[in-house]
Design a protein around this ligand. Sequence first.
Ligand code: PLP
Length: 391
Amino acid sequence: MRITNENIFQTYSRYPVTLVRGKGTKVWDERGKEYLDFLSGIAVCNLGHCHPAVVRAAQAQMKKLIHVSNFFYTEPQAELARLLTGNSFADQVFFCNSGAEANESALKLARKFSLQQGNQNRYEVITMHYSFHGRTFATLSATAQKKFHAGFEPLLPGFRYVPFNDAGALKKAVNKNTCAVLLEPIQGEGGVNCPDDDYLKKVRKVCDEHGLLLIFDEVQVGMGRTGKLFAYQHYGVEPDIMTLAKALAGGLPAGAMLAKKHVAESFSPGSHASTFGGNPVCMAAGVAVMEILLHGTVLENCRSMGTYFMQGLESLKQRYPSIIKVVRGKGLIIGMELNIEGKEIVSTCLKQGIIINCTLDKILRFLPPLIVKKQEIDRCLKMLESIFAKL
Ligand code: PLP
């Protein structure tokens, strides 16, 4: 901890815990203390820590080939692209290393596509209040939360912000310069905000009427987190572009931008690139993740455990109405909005061996691995109950 505090940029407020090992839903610190992980490395370890199939795939690939440049073809990259396009709206994939890079790619593609349609000044993108799209300059500018902008202005021009879940406001914000709409189907960092059932359909309609690209950022809610492979599949709407990262490679760094072919074709050799994007080891891990999500019972478990957890949290809300304002979510991304600050509750949980998270000061966020069991959810509910009872 001393070295970390002295020799690493202090960009994170870390808990005084050094983690050394993980397996399934659990992690252990250097003293051997066990924690139930209801954060999953912020929605990354969807299959749990060190899933044996992911470890096997990455190890086998490491022995064969760790890295080559994208001047060459590799099998794991092709296989992951086949699985992603074969199970989504998309025809083509661009691989990168993180969520911010995937969104950066999507923003560049939207501008290029617009230009190739013959629209000289159509470069603006509309995004939503309380969105989160990353920390690079373009994705920071797309993120409509002032606290992340502070100290970094001037931001990249070309972004307009409207309230989430308000198709009327979106319609009004479209002008002759707009080329795309970028949004998270369910907002994660912004407080686990779910759309009304028909909102995304209305957004699609606005995009179709004005010839705008619809971009879904599924960096946090994709890869099974909501109980379907991709969150958009709940709402009967398809985007033109989608971004993924976080859980894509089971804990190894990988990001992806997926698009329909006529949009993807705006990029040609030299338009965009990434040295590590599509790295064979990460891709092999991604293939293992996809196979499990497609053929196992993980999505089913996510749906049933999501319902069970939500019911338990709802019943806590009935018992502690002065503390708990609302519970919301889908599958295993669940937010519990409190009337009080959540920081202390997160610390108490950690001391008692459960890792949870708080976003926007008052919203407890639960992102357990999708393989979580009933007894583990019961343990979390019991712990929350004991904390609320003492408040
Ligand atoms: N988009 C969403 C919806 C996210 O939740 C995040 C990270 O939390 C990002 C983008 C940025 O991803 P990364 O941290 O991998 O750059």
